[in-house]
Design a protein around this ligand. Sequence first.
Ligand code: PLP
Length: 389
Amino acid sequence: RAHLGQAMERVAASQTTAMTDRASALREAGRDIISLSVGEPDFPTPSHIIAAAKAALDDGATRYTAVTGTSALKAAAALHFQRDLGIAAQPDAIIATAGGKQAIFEAFAATLSAGDEVIVPSPWWVSYPQMVRFMGASVVPLLTHPRDGFRFDAGELDGQIGPRTKWLVLNSPGNPTGAVYPAQMLRHIGEVLRSHPQVMVLSDDIYAPLNYTSGPHATLAAVCPDLAERVLTVSGVSKAYAMTGFRIGLATGPHWLVDAMGRLQSNTSGNPAAVSQAAAVAALEGPQDFLAEWREAFRERRDLVVRRINAIPGLSCPVPDGAFYAFVDAAPLMDRFGDDAALALHLLDNGVAIVPASAFGGRDGFRISFAASKEKLDEALSRVESALA
Ligand code: PLP
């Protein structure tokens, strides 16, 4: 321990993973736990993707590839960025990484110095602030509220930008709130950014195919193409295609940044797994019709969760427009439980694993994942209801 570097003093283990591990341990000990703490779809990876992975192994996808991804994957990624996000990305401005996480880490590592600031809307995905702090930069929280659907507006952003602001993180659909930024809001954000040329935007669109609003998904680089040279758009196959274990992330942005990320990658992980790259090509270029079915299933589950949560005294949540999470306010129960960590343990004792809001820079509530069957969700919410009665 005495040998740990200084940067490690600023990094904590992911609390969502901690809750999931705790629930698994209880389950192994024989307890009946419904885990609604995980960030992955419960659907099996589609069989044509598995078949492509097996065929790729037989075809020799067992060796190093180009560090930033095969040309086949870059072509598939260019198709994805155009079709699903409206971004015309050249293959040489695309990098494939070991999950979306690695792309974000590399982007921060390539650009942040001690003293830099990164604006992160809160509640946030757990890893953004950890990565920023690891780099020696600081996090400037941009608080969002349930009454606004957990979206900040352009004026609030303007108030947080300073001379050291290096990045704004924009995550739509968002984890843990499900917030989706419509094109009009992105246009206003773009207007603010035009007067602050020092600010780059990390647009994390990894949940884009899980957007329940009508019309196409809107993303900053497409809505404000004049800003595209300052935007890194991060995507991947983990969430939309139920491929979390394959570890393929994709990012596109300015050449100088994508090149720097590739330079880091060439000296650290090297290429993402060859077999996973082949599977991702099959996912992105293969049939997309199952996505509409999954989206519909998620939408029904969301409606069930929101209806039941809002019927439980002391709990409330706005309707999430995307991803598979609802962010629940439990402030009226804090007199009884003290804090949200105690509430989370109480719910775990009653057979339901969720993640306390404080893990996401929020408070007095929890995140519930609806990546589970309706039957499971119904049973879990009955348990929550009786645990709080
Ligand atoms: N971004 C967000 C908002 C996420 O929720 C996740 C996964 O939890 C990721 C990025 C990273 O995904 P992966 O590294 O599994 O591709």
